[in-house]
Design a protein around this ligand. Structure first.
Ligand code: C2E
Ligand code: MG
Ligand code: MG
Ligand code: MG
Length: 280
């Protein structure tokens, strides 16, 4: 368990000496309490249609703020939640809250904005995840078509039968499945052959790498072309500049997400956006 800390990516606590395990437990306890007391919260980042540049959906991102330290990044606490199993109740909470919010925006606007929710493969293998999704949809009245689950390729357990069956069952429900952070893992191409994804999200390193030279640009264009050839919708992550927008539009990327359009924002800010004159 303490390996994560030893790896040094746990910047919250300086990984010094043998206090690591103790600190790990302390932090885990706080994360557990944060979940119980609902002091975690969600923010939402728009995904815009590449042609109209209007939001068609939102990605749900989890936030945890400690009074004395400020925000702890999900890159730090998600791996801990995964190692301790806390990711399962936490993921259920995120899913329920995200579906509630999406249902609210749908009721307010009459429009089905797609709500994307990040899912850890541990949720899929370690619980009856399909039942959890079905229950969330039923309780909130959100149509399955309005929900998209993002699974990062770094974490997928290659070809596991159980994962495959669950993903297929989710597709049968009508839920969308995105392969997140495409290009950063090891066996993404075989996942694309085996697993029923509907969306490919190109990792931001490829979007940003396109500016570095012709090889970077060719690589980005090839990924988009491949995804299109497979009949997948393509999302570009980490879009920060006008030049990236122009290139991605020219190449026929479907959806764009990044600071150029909007940072992840509070639900109330999205509600105002959707009510404003500029609404989609
Ligand atoms: P992700 O799913 O790939 O989410 C996109 C990340 O990129 C978010 O970081 C977002 O804030 C950031 N981002 C968006 N636009 C830009 C941009 O233009 N430039 C740059 N540099 N970054 C941008 P965040 O919120 O820190 O989340 C990090 C990762 O933590 C996520 O990556 C996801 O894998 C994980 N995560 C976040 N929330 C959850 C959750 O509820 N459940 C699970 N299992 N994982 C989560
Ligand atoms: Mg994601
Ligand atoms: Mg991503
Ligand atoms: Mg990413």
């Amino acid at each position: 368990q303490a390996k994560q800390v030893a790896r040094g990516d746990f910047r919250f606590f300086k990984p010094e000496a043998n206090e690591r395990a103790h600190r790990w437990l302390a932090l885990e306890g706080r994360l557990r309490r944060a979940l119980e007391q609902e002091t975690l919260h969600l923010v939402f980042q728009p995904l815009v249609d590449a042609r109209t540049l209007r939001p068609t959906g939102f990605e749900t991102l989890l936030r945890w703020t400690l009074e004395e330290h400020g925000p702890v990044s999900p890159g730090e606490f998600i791996p801990m939640a995964e190692e301790t199993g806390l990711i399962i109740p936490m993921g259920e909470w995120v899913l329920r809250k995200a579906c509630q919010q999406a249902a609210r925006w749908r009721a307010q606007t009459g429009h089905c904005y797609r709500m994307a929710v990040n899912v850890s493969p541990i949720q899929i293998t370690g619980s009856d995840f399909v039942a959890t999704v079905r229950t969330s949809l039923r309780r909130t009245g959100l149509p399955a078509e309005c929900l998209e689950l993002e699974i990062t390729e770094r974490m997928l357990l290659g070809g596991q039968r159980r994962v495959l069956q669950s993903l297929q069952a989710l597709r049968d429900l009508g839920v969308g499945l995105s392969l997140d952070d495409f290009g950063t893992g090891y066996s993404a191409l075989s996942y694309l052959r085996q697993m029923p994804f509907s969306v490919l999200k190109i990792d931001r390193s490829f979007v940003q790498g396109a500016a570095a030279g012709p090889r970077g640009e060719q690589l980005l264009c090839s990924i988009i072309g491949m995804a299109q050839g497979l009949g997948l919708r393509v999302v570009a992550e980490g879009v920060e500049t006008e030049a990236q927008v122009a290139l991605l539009q020219r190449e026929g990327c479907d959806l764009l997400q990044g600071y150029h359009f909007a940072r992840p924002m509070a639900a109330e800010a999205v509600t105002r956006l959707l009510q404003g004159p500029e609404r989609p």
